[in-house]
Design a protein around this ligand. Structure first.
Ligand SMILES: NC(=O)c1ccc[n+]([C@@H]2O[C@H](COP(=O)([O-])OP(=O)(O)OC[C@H]3O[C@@H](n4cnc5c(N)ncnc54)[C@H](O)[C@@H]3O)[C@@H](O)[C@H]2O)c1
Length: 252
């Protein structure tokens, strides 16, 4: 029970990696604030946690809206008075198009959720963690935050920004006992990355993507979540400012 009596916020926990993380941190004793723009899915995550005898509440947030992110933090302060672990995981894939074809609206939308969203979250989380005298933040970047991803300029730029935010925040607050790290998943089977949908887009695409991964397979969500469980725990107490790739060797 690594997270017994810990208050854990996970954005984007109505689906995919975030949902699996919410269930896993709850199994380890954490009290989970499930937050997502999708209320129906967020409430489903909460019901599953409660069905398994865990503790969770839902708070709807669009992370690209600073006032909503502030309301989320005000809710946490009022209900729990503390926040031990914040996992800023909500994200969108953005449109797949070449630089010459991508619209400005599409660029703005992806940047606002994936980059500004993480910035708004940490900006509101750090003051509470400073008051507590400690805290752990984990942001979800991507291998596209480490290397370029053709046809996904906004996604790749937004995930590079997540790493810049992570490293800067880690350096500013290391002396205050606040650790800030990022994970960089490779293709992980979730509603955002569905190999069957990829193949409908372009025949044989999923096999070609898989062939690029040295381990010759996609990740499953628990491979991302197990890294999160470790990185947010005291077992990783001297690790801060890192972008850890969970990628079957792709960025090696
Ligand atoms: N699946 C992959 O292959 C992969 C690879 C690298 C990085 N990632 C990153 O992992 C994170 C989780 O992705 P996933 O694969 O679980 O995707 P997913 O689509 O299954 O889950 C993303 C969740 O974020 C929520 N969300 C979207 N926009 C939001 C907003 N503005 N405010 C609040 N919530 C919002 C969605 O409703 C959804 O529940 C994302 O940041 C994604 O970029 C995923």
């Amino acid at each position: 029970m690594k997270y017994k009596n810990k208050i854990v916020l996970i954005t984007g926990s109505g689906s995919g990696i975030g949902k699996a993380a919410a269930l896993a941190f709850s199994k380890e004793g954490g009290t989970i604030i499930v937050s997502d723009i999708n209320e129906i899915n967020g409430l489903k995550t909460v019901s599953e946690i409660i069905k398994n005898n865990g503790k969770a509440t839902f708070f709807k947030t669009d992370v690209s809206n600073f006032d909503m992110v502030k309301n989320l933090m005000d809710f946490i302060i009022e209900k729990y008075g503390r926040l031990d672990v914040a996992i800023n995981n909500a994200g969108v894939g953005g449109d797949f198009a070449k630089i010459t074809d991508i619209t400005l609206e599409s660029w703005d939308k992806t940047m606002s959720v994936n980059s500004s969203g993480v910035f708004y979250c940490i900006k509101t989380q750090i003051p509470l963690m400073l008051k507590q005298g400690k805290g752990v933040i984990l942001n979800t970047s991507s291998i596209a935050g480490i290397r370029g991803l053709p046809n996904a300029i906004a996604y790749s730029a937004s995930k590079h920004a997540v790493i810049g935010i992570t490293k800067t925040a880690a350096m500013e607050y290391a002396k205050n006992n606040i650790r800030v790290n990022a994970i960089c998943p490779v293709f992980t089977v979730t509603p955002m990355f569905d190999p069957e949908a990829m193949d409908k887009l372009k025949e044989g695409l999923s096999e070609r993507l898989k062939a690029n991964v040295p381990m010759k397979r996609f990740a499953n969500v628990m491979e991302q979540v197990n890294t999160m469980l470790w990185l947010c725990s005291d077992e990783a107490s001297f690790i801060t400012g890192q972008a850890i790739s969970v990628d079957g060797g792709l960025t090696a």
